[in-house]
Design a protein around this ligand. Structure first.
Ligand code: FAD
Ligand code: NAI
Length: 463
């Protein structure tokens, strides 16, 4: 340790970095974490997962009161929107959770080096005006919004997800560019509290990467909720004048251009890895064509003392993926065996209903061989029906020969919670029969997963 300041220096305190730092410290390694933000927790806690869920949750209550869903259950209310209070509870959630990470750093003796980090060499990093040497350096710098060429984000009228979380008034018309996870979650928030929302998506269908049946059904549900879709359409420019935006759009495959007027425009066409300013070259590192840092399965880069995890490396840009990689990298640094099974990483869109999936889509599974598919509608699930939540289904995809579950996809009010059960089953190599013969509590939404599994080889009971 003689001339090293730390065993481990983590750059970035998002879900990847802060978890790696805490686990490294728990394993007895002297650990520091460099973070340039005022608060810990990264994108996820400050401007991502947590504040978006705070607004989704609150706006869902507002919508239930406003659209008659509560009246259906005998509760008559006329809601009044207090947007500043809605934002205040969002900020409270962020403050309490980011403060919680600071507490955990202190508890585990992780030193927070405040400031931007950049490499001086493969084992030396400058953070602000301090230069530190570490035996191991973990890059966990995350990602930021992908800009749309020719469209300037001012975070007032033309916003990224960060500005869309903070709008001070409900826009009359919000145009969302990109029908991916951010567009649908934040589009839903503002639609529920009264905005007209139009979603312009380049591809012929929303939610790329999700199972096709789920994509089609989700599209129908969002349309029913009042979101207007312009699929197969590209935005070629956005002009802002007098507090309004004018978007120029044209068919993705070519054709006549037209304009759309908006009060706010959300640019949500993906995110890109953060490596700018890190001086990776001084550490002897390069990025790949997509700007990501490549690692081996232990999360070690091409330079033995440098490791990388989370959004900055290939794979889905998800907080739980980053967290699991954070634990694994710390364990690998400590000489243990840290593993992440990248075949079983659930994805959840936190709309109402929620949309979730894990493993292969049906189309991907069919590329590998014969499959059997079982489906069960939420309409036939007693709990969903009782709760007035008829939309959605569960779909189980299994190998035709071995019956091993290859993928599970679902739309249901609590799909984000249900998908954990599917992930656990897949992690243990379950067959559809294993799920079908597992006793599920009644009445729960999870019974729809059991019945979809029953539908793979035989017949469900309730349809
Ligand atoms: P980040 O969380 O991006 O953290 C990286 C940190 O590194 C940042 O705090 C940054 O300031 C710091 N940093 C960068 N460069 C330097 C430097 N040179 N020196 C010092 N510090 C530096 N994922 C989910 O799983 N569920 C969700 O519900 C969800 N919702 C989201 C909603 C929104 C609106 C957005 C934008 C994202 C959402 N995500 C969600 C994605 C999730 O936030 C990311 O996948 C996750 O934060 C990635 O974690 P990370 O640790 O790799 O990086
Ligand atoms: P995304 O990749 O989910 O969706 C981007 C969408 O924009 C795609 O449908 C794409 O076809 C479309 N698009 C790209 N260029 C376009 C153009 N020029 N015009 C119109 N459409 C265009 O990216 P998004 O929504 O920005 O989210 C970024 C990341 O953040 C995602 O990778 C996601 O994993 C993560 N995230 C996760 C959440 C969750 O887990 N619930 C919530 C929010 C974000």
């Amino acid at each position: 340790m003689a001339d090293f300041d730390f065993d481990v220096l983590v750059i970035g305190a998002g879900p990847g970095g802060y978890v790696a730092a805490i686990r490294a410290a728990q394993l007895g390694l002297k650990t520091a974490c460099a973070e340039s933000r005022e608060t810990l927790g990264g994108t996820c806690l400050n401007v991502g997962c947590i504040p978006s869920k705070a607004l989704l949750h609150a706006s869902e209550y507002f919508d239930a009161a406003a659209n008659g869903a509560m009246a259906k259950m005998g509760i008559k209310v006329t809601p009044e929107l207090d947007l500043p209070a809605m934002h205040a509870q969002r900020l409270d959630a962020v403050k309490s959770l980011t403060g919680g990470i600071e507490f955990l750093f202190k508890k585990n003796k992780v030193e927070w080096l405040k400031g931007r980090a950049s490499f001086e060499s493969a084992d030396t990093v400058k953070v602000g005006d301090r230069t530190v040497r570490a035996k191991n350096i973990v890059i966990a710098t995350g990602s930021s919004v992908t800009p749309l060429p020719g469209v300037e984000i001012d975070e007032k009228i033309v916003v990224s997800s960060t500005g869309a979380l903070e709008l001070e008034k409900v826009p009359d018309h919000l145009v969302v560019i990109g029908g991916g996870v951010i567009g649908l979650e934040l589009g839903s928030v503002w639609r529920r509290v009264g905005a007209k929302v139009t979603c312009v998506e380049f591809l012929d269908q929303i939610l790329p990467g999700f199972d096709d049946d789920v994509r089609k059904e989700a599209n129908k549900i969002f349309k029913k909720q009042g979101i207007e879709f312009r699929l197969g359409t590209k935005v070629t420019g956005v002009k802002v004048d007098g507090g309004k935006a004018t978007l120029t759009v044209e068919p993705a495959k070519g054709g006549a251009a037209e304009t759309i007027e908006a009060d706010a425009v959300l640019v949500s066409i993906g995110r890109r890895p953060n490596t700018e300013g890190l001086a990776l070259d001084k550490a002897g590192l390069q990025v790949n064509q997509r700007g990501q840092i490549e690692t081996d399965h232990e999360f070690r880069t091409s330079v033995p003392s440098v490791w990388a995890i989370g959004d900055v490396i290939p794979g889905p840009m998800l907080a739980h993926k980053a967290e699991d990689e954070g634990i694994a990298v710390a364990e690998n640094i400590a000489g243990l065996t840290g593993i992440v099974n990248h075949d079983v990483i659930p994805s959840v869109v936190y709309t109402m209903p929620e949309i979730a999936g894990v493993g292969l889509t049906e189309a991907q599974a069919r590329e590998h061989g014969d499959v059997k598919v079982g489906k069960f509608p939420m309409l036939a699930n007693s709990r969903a029906k009782t709760n007035h939540e008829p939309d959605g289904f569960v779909k189980v995809i299994a190998d035709a020969k071995t019956d091993r579950v290859l993928g599970v996809w679902m739309i249901a009010s609590v799909a984000g919670t249900m998908v954990a059960q599917a992930a656990q089953a897949m992690e243990f190599g379950a067959t559809s029969e294993d799920i079908a013969y597992t006793c599920h509590a009644h009445p729960t939404h999870s019974e729809a997963l059991k019945e979809a599994a029953m539908a793979v080889t035989g017949k469900p009971i309730h349809i």
